[in-house]
Design a protein around this ligand. Structure first.
Ligand code: PRP
Length: 211
């Protein structure tokens, strides 16, 4: 009996992560991709999965409410968390990008207004480039900001590019690639070492390795 609790970032990461866990031999009998249920239990292995908002995954793990978590690198870079980041799972792949209207290329010699869910990543990136910014923190639908004149550009994750395209925006620049990571609570890694090591080894064996 492994007895671990894994928090997954709801949405795209959770769908891919559930597939990985099922391929690891876990069985979640009530799970379907469209289910709105938030807790699933693999009774055979005693693995509990909870689906939480992505920024909450490292909070659950840091506080010990979950022993492990699967969450995008974007979330781990935006804030500091006292957790171990152990495996790049190569799922939930996307890019952190600067985007806006093709006809309104930003002039980096002047102060620009940037809307984003990631104010720290954004500030750090533009500071390093010596670009002055006003940063507006939004919690979603960031693509609206240039459309309604709230910002010059956005910094956001782009996966298929569909959201940008359907809102008439283009990528100006890729800042960095993003993918989901396995993180663990520091105490759980010691107290539940065998169970967590099993998850690490099994996930690692399934993960597509980058060339
Ligand atoms: C993310 C991101 C973009 C979109 C990109 O938003 O903030 O809006 O996905 O995906 P695409 O390139 O495949 O279109 P999410 O769906 O998480 O919703 P949110 O805007 O409410 O945060």
């Amino acid at each position: 009996m492994k007895d671990i609790n894994i928090a997954l970032a709801k949405g795209r990461v959770a769908k891919a992560a559930m597939e990985l866990l099922i391929n690891c031999g876990c069985t979640f009998k009530d799970y379907s991709k469209d289910s709105r249920k938030l807790i699933f239990h693999d009774e055979k292995n005693n693995i509990k999965v909870t689906l939480v908002k992505s920024p909450d995954v490292p909070v659950y793990v840091e506080k010990g409410a979950a022993d492990a978590g699967i969450v995008g690198k974007d979330i781990l870079m935006e804030d500091k968390f006292d957790v171990y980041e152990l495996v790049n799972l190569n799922i939930g792949k996307c890019d952190m990008c600067i985007a806006g209207f093709a006809s309104k290329m930003p002039d980096y010699s002047k102060k620009i207004t940037v809307a984003t869910k990631y104010p720290h990543i954004t500030k750090e990136y533009f500071n390093k480039r010596g670009v002055l910014t006003d940063i507006i923190k939004l919690n979603g639908s960031v693509e609206l900001a240039p459309i309604i004149g709230l910002s010059d550009v956005i910094v956001d994750i782009v996966e298929s590019g569909k959201t940008l395209e359907e809102n008439g925006l283009v990528v100006f620049e890729k800042i960095m690639p993003i993918s989901a990571r396995l993180i663990t609570n520091k105490v759980s890694l010691k107290t539940k070492f065998d169970a967590i090591q099993w998850i690490i080894d099994t996930l690692e064996s399934l993960v597509e390795k980058e060339d």
